[in-house]
Design a binder for this molecule. Structure first.
Ligand code: GLY
Length: 373
């Protein structure tokens, strides 16, 4: 079943190369991907799908298309196009860093290192955080962290390793620690975002941007936390990150609906109209898979985690994947970008497709994505 699902995903990606014609997919409208010229936070996911497809098939067309995206990311960095945000890790880990991991390409390596330097410019020493969104000093966003940022930190750890400059890793650890202390709540749920005083770093309050309410748990945010903290344990060896990922994963799995694929927020009232977020489940499968790798074989939570991976994958493959729809552009239906903002609340999300493919590659081939080498 997993091999067939992976083949279906690769076949659709192959078709999409011609359909997208050098542009980048973001989210869909009426089942058709909205395309852009590498100007959004999501563009690395398409590169990542092309690199995964290339590694799994060795077909030259996938490599050619993937390398073309890296060229586009080179132009983007040179022109600094839409890079004043923290999502540089998503963009360059799955494009340039992936090429370096796969092929040892030195120009891809320097591109990814250049991207890490851009991400470092988001560091705000007075408040001790990586600012997610907006210009420095922005009234609302100037002292704000968001949980998604955990997945941008691998680029900094990688840069520290390959330059010998510890500052990248020191900043990543400070951001991780702030996220662990303030974004994760005592009951293992999470805030999407947290505000700090820009001048003093004093913690102010938790909040949300894409979740149901300030104190609710946006399921994709929880998913970013599960995966992000699992990776932080890999990078730092600090067991507090492993514990945090584990606690967040159990909280998530305890709230899976019957079909194994989460709604968009754990506090959203459930009605027949409540939107799902299949992308949150896809991210969580990858995160738990990463977490399981380093959990001792006799650990009492292994069984519940393994069962959680199985249930979610069964749900995605059985009910949400476009298997059996050969002309579909997307791999996963029923992702939601921002239900709260009424932005693509029930569509294909390119990151959902990427993490679904990564999940299938993990479970069939033992792949680990491109977050570390
Ligand atoms: N990182 C943005 C999102 O998850 O929607």
């Amino acid at each position: 079943m997993l091999q067939a699902a992976l083949k279906d995903a690769i076949d659709k990606t192959r078709k999409n190369i011609a359909r997208f014609n050098g542009k980048f997919p973001h989210v869909s409208e009426n089942d058709v991907y909205q395309l852009n010229d590498n100007t959004d936070w999501t563009n690395g996911f398409w590169s990542g799908m092309l690199w995964l497809s290339y590694e799994l098939t060795k077909e030259a067309d996938f490599r050619e298309a993937a390398v073309r995206t890296v060229g586009s990311f080179r132009d983007r960095l040179a022109s600094h196009t839409v890079l004043d945000h923290h999502d540089i890790g998503f963009l360059y880990s799955l494009s340039a860093k992936a090429q370096w991991i796969i092929e040892g390409d030195e120009s891809a390596k320097s591109l990814a290192l250049g991207a890490a330097d851009v991400l470092m410019k988001r560091w705000r020493p007075k408040s001790g955080l990586i600012q997610a969104w907006g210009q420095e000093g922005h009234e609302k966003n100037g002292g704000r962290i968001i949980i998604d940022c955990l997945m941008n930190l691998p680029l900094l750890f990688w840069a520290a390793k390959h330059t010998g400059d510890d500052r990248y890793a020191e900043i990543a650890v400070q951001q991780a620690e702030k996220s662990r202390r303030f974004l994760v709540r005592g009951d293992d749920s999470s805030y999407h975002t947290f505000y700090f005083d820009q001048e003093t770093g004093e913690p102010l309050r938790g909040g949300t941007e894409q979740g149901y309410a300030d104190g609710s748990t946006w399921t994709r945010g929880q998913a970013w936390g599960i995966y992000g903290f699992a990776l932080l344990y890999h990078f730092t060896g600090d067991t507090c990150y492993q514990e945090t990922s584990l606690r967040m994963a159990k909280h998530f799995l305890e709230r899976l609906p019957e079909d194994g694929v989460v709604y968009w927020d754990f506090s959203a009232p459930i009605t027949p109209e409540t939107k799902r977020d299949s992308s949150a489940s896809a991210i969580t499968i990858c995160g738990i898979h990463e977490l399981l790798k380093r959990l001792p074989s006799g650990h009492p939570d292994r069984a519940v985690l393994e069962e959680g991976v199985r249930r979610q994958l069964d749900g995605l493959i059985g009910k949400y994947a476009t298997i059996g729809k050969p002309d579909a552009e997307g791999l996963l239906e029923r992702g939601s970008y921002s239900v709260r903002g009424n932005a693509s609340p029930d569509d294909y999300m390119i990151w959902g497709d990427y993490y679904y493919m990564e999940a299938l590659a993990r479970l069939t081939e033992g792949h680990k994505g491109y977050w570390y080498e």
